[in-house]
Write a protein that binds this ligand. Structure first.
Ligand code: LIP
Length: 264
């Protein structure tokens, strides 16, 4: 099995190239390619082009690996390594011209099933800010070469982030979850990119993050960033259609989990 360090460097190199393509295409003007689960769940031509670039690089340099991409699906490989890719996470931000979008690339041991995979390496690149978050299993989490750590004290309350699904029928339930957790918070952010939200937890820019209904490609890289930065990431209700993901330092993670158990 290739080392986590090598997979991390490989993911970082591809994420930079893919992010630059996404940034160039955004500057040229974005065209809508299709809608998916709802009218709000969009895919742009750039999403497809960026994922094709990532897949071509992976196929050329690691042809036997498995792949799961948000736009092109994929399948298991023969090497025991599977790449889990979101070419543009924060697609709606990207389409509207907001800078909070990222390329998320993760390598896992096993298949692309978050209930059984073992994260090995991850890279999340935000091209507008030129910020590259990377992690290798057992090697810590880094931002542009600086070591990252989650926060552990939130005396003024926690700075939390969350997100909402594309299906409007889920919004009431998600807002109820926000009400359950808000007593722990000093404030709440909704950035629009799960990969960046998780990267920010790893970097201590957020104290915690929770969201229902994320897809594997949304969190595969960010999950490892948080755990390698000393945090805890868990998924609740994994048998449901919309599992809950919680990411934070250990004390806050326990408080968020406890708050979700309370009726309001
Ligand atoms: C997005 C996530 C975000 C979530 C959005 C959407 P996409 O991924 O990163 O956290 O709230 O509903 O799922 O669709 O931009 O790749």
């Amino acid at each position: 099995m290739t080392s986590a360090s090598h997979l991390k460097e490989f993911a970082a190199d591809i994420a930079r190239e893919a992010g630059e393509l996404a940034r160039r295409r955004r500057a040229e003007g974005v065209s809508l390619a299709a809608t998916k689960s709802t009218l709000a769940d969009i895919v742009t031509e750039a999403d497809r082009e960026v994922e094709a670039l990532i897949r071509a690089r992976l196929d050329a340099e690691r042809p036997g690996d498995g792949f799961l991409g948000e736009e092109s699906g994929g399948g298991d490989g023969t090497t025991g390594v599977t790449w889990v890719v979101d070419p543009i996470d924060g697609t709606v931000n990207y389409a509207y011209g907001m800078p909070a979008y990222s390329v998320s690339i993760a390598a896992v041991e096993g298949s692309a099933d978050p209930n059984s995979w073992r994260p090995l390496a991850g890279a999340v690149y935000a091209p507008v800010l030129d910020e590259l978050f990377t992690a290798g299993r057992g090697e810590g989490a880094w931002l542009n070469g600086v070591r990252l750590a989650v926060t552990d004290e939130t005396p003024a309350g926690a700075l939390l982030a969350t997100g909402f699904g594309y299906d409007p029928s889920t919004h009431d339930g998600d807002l109820l979850t926000v009400r359950q957790v808000m007593p722990l918070a000093r404030d709440l952010r909704r950035g629009g990119s799960a990969a960046l939200d998780l990267s920010y937890v790893a970097a201590g820019r957020l104290d915690g993050y929770f969201e229902r209904g994320l897809r594997p490609w949304d969190f595969a890289a960010g999950f490892l960033l948080v755990t390698e930065a000393g945090g805890i990431v868990t998924r609740l209700d994994t048998a449901s259609a919309r599992p809950m993901l919680i990411a934070a330092g250990a004390p806050l993670h326990a408080r968020i989990t406890g708050a979700l158990d309370k009726e309001i």
